[in-house]
Write a protein that binds this ligand. Structure first.
Ligand code: CP3
Length: 357
C-alpha cells in the first residue's frame, strides 16, 4: 500500500531548493539548471556501469538506479537529478511484454490496437515498481544539499503511441487512425494508461521526489484541436491526481509551440519549451503564473564554445524577459535530451556559466 500523501512540501527546506523555488514563483538562491537525459550515454562512467547490462535490467536494480542518477550530479554540479528510469518501466513492471532496444527505443511485442487488448492491459501495483521507490528513498538521503530529485512518467498519449505503433514512429499513423476511427476505444486506452502513470508517479512521490515531470514527448505531432479533444483530458487527470502532494509538476513535449497554452492548462506548474520558440514568446502563449523550463538546442552543444555561450546568455535573457512578463520562474535546460555524442565537459561549462550569470 502507498502511504497517505503529505499535504505540504516533502521536507521543511524543499522550498529552498533552487529548482523548487523557480518552479513556484519564489526567488531561487541561484538560477537552476539541469539537462534532460543527463544520466546516459554522454557519460563514460554511465557507459562503463551499463556495459553488459540491459537497459531494463538496470532500471529495476535500485543500486544501479541510485548510482546512475547521481553520476551527472557529481560531474556537472546540476541543481536537479532526474531519476534514472524510462517511460516504459511501469508498463514492463505491470506485465506488458516489451524491451528497450539500444539505438531504437521501446519495442512492444504485441501492439495494442483493439478493445480486447486494451481490456487485457494490466494494472500497475506499487510493489511492482518497489525497486524504483527504494532508489528514490536512497537518493533523497544521498543527494547533496540544494539538489532536487525529479521523478517522472510518460504521459498517456506518448505511452499510447509506443503501444499502438509497437515502437518508435515517424508519422503515428496507427495511433491517429485509432484516435479518429474509434474515439471511444482510444479514450479507453489512454484512460487505462493514465491509471498506470498515476500509480507510477505516486510511488515516486510517496518515496520523496521533490518534483515530477510528465513527458508527453511526441504530443507535438498533434494539432491543437486533436490534442484538446483526445489527449488533454487524460493528462489533466494525471496532473490533478498528484496535485495533493503540492510538489512542482513539469510538463514537456517536443515541437509543442502550438500546444503550449493547452499544455499549461492541463495542470502543470512548469511548462517545458523546446528550442523552436523563444522563452519570452512561450511565456505569452503559456500565460502568467507558470514557470518555464528550457530551451537550449541540444545540437548547439556541438558548436564552438563561443557559440554555446552566446546561446546560453540569450536564453537566460529571454527567461528574464519571460519573468518580467509574468512567468513564475525559469529553469534552464535543453529543449530536448542530451544527444549521446555530446562532450560532457561542455555540459559542465554550461552549468558553470548559468550559475555565474
Ligand atoms: O537522464 C535522464 O533524463 C533520465 C533518464 C531517462 C531515460 N529515458 C533513460 C534512457 C528519461 C527521463 C527517459 C524518458 C523517456 N524514454 C522518454 C521521454 C523523454 C524524451 O526523450 O522525450 C522517451 C520518449 C523514452 C523512450 C525511449 N527510451 C527512447 C526514445 C530511448 C532512446 C533509444 C536510444 O537508444 O537512442 C530510450 C532508451 C533510453 N532511456 C536510454 C536512456 C539512457 C538509452 C538506452 C541505453 O543507455 O542503453
Amino acid at each position: 500500500m502507498t502511504s497517505a500523501p503529505t499535504p505540504s512540501s516533502p521536507s521543511p527546506s524543499s522550498d529552498q531548493l533552487p529548482l523548487v523555488a523557480a518552479a513556484t514563483g519564489l526567488q531561487p538562491a541561484r538560477r537552476p539548471v539541469w539537462f534532460m537525459r543527463q544520466a546516459g550515454r554522454s557519460l563514460p562512467e554511465y557507459r562503463a556501469i551499463r556495459a553488459g547490462r540491459g537497459m531494463l535490467e538496470a532500471c529495476f536494480d535500485s543500486d544501479l538506479v541510485t548510482e546512475i542518477t547521481l553520476q551527472p550530479v557529481r560531474r556537472h554540479g546540476v541543481d536537479a537529478a532526474i531519476l534514472f528510469s524510462d517511460i516504459v518501466v511501469p508498463l514492463k513492471a505491470a506485465g506488458v511484454d516489451l524491451d528497450i532496444v539500444a539505438g531504437t527505443g521501446p519495442v512492444i511485442a504485441n501492439p495494442v490496437r483493439d478493445e480486447a487488448s486494451i481490456r487485457a492491459l494490466p494494472h500497475l501495483l506499487p510493489a511492482e515498481v518497489g525497486a524504483v521507490g527504494r532508489a528514490v528513498t536512497r537518493l533523497i538521503a544521498e543527494l547533496p544539499a540544494g539538489v532536487a530529485l525529479i521523478g517522472f512518467a510518460g504521459a498517456p498519449f506518448t505511452l499510447a503511441s509506443y503501444l499502438v505503433e509497437g515502437g518508435p514512429s515517424r508519422n503515428y499513423e496507427r495511433t491517429k487512425a485509432l484516435m479518429h476511427g474509434s474515439p471511444q476505444v482510444w479514450h479507453q486506452l489512454v484512460g487505462r494508461l493514465a491509471d498506470i502513470t498515476i500509480a507510477f508517479l505516486r510511488v515516486q512521490l510517496d518515496a520523496g521526489v521533490h518534483a515530477v515531470q510528465l513527458f508527453d514527448s511526441w504530443a507535438g505531432a498533434l494539432s491543437l484541436a486533436d490534442y484538446t479533444e483526445f489527449v488533454a483530458p487524460h493528462s489533466a487527470r494525471v496532473l490533478a491526481e498528484v496535485a495533493e502532494y503540492r510538489r512542482p509538476r513539469i510538463h514537456f513535449g517536443v515541437g509543442t509551440g502550438e500546444l503550449l497554452g493547452a499544455m499549461g492548462h492541463v495542470g502543470a506548474d512548469v511548462v517545458g519549451v523546446d528550442w523552436r520558440i523563444p522563452l519570452d514568446v512561450a511565456a505569452d502563449r503559456v500565460g502568467p503564473g507558470k514557470a518555464l523550463q528550457g530551451n537550449l538546442d541540444p545540437a548547439v552543444l556541438f558548436a564552438p564554445w563561443e557559440v554555446v555561450e552566446a546561446h546560453v546568455r540569450r536564453i537566460v535573457a529571454e527567461g528574464d524577459r519571460a519573468r518580467a512578463a509574468g512567468a513564475a520562474g525559469h529553469i534552464v535546460n535543453l529543449g530536448h535530451g542530451v544527444l549521446p555524442a555530446t562532450d560532457p565537459d561542455v555540459l559542465t561549462r554550461v552549468v558553470e556559466l548559468v550559475h555565474s550569470l
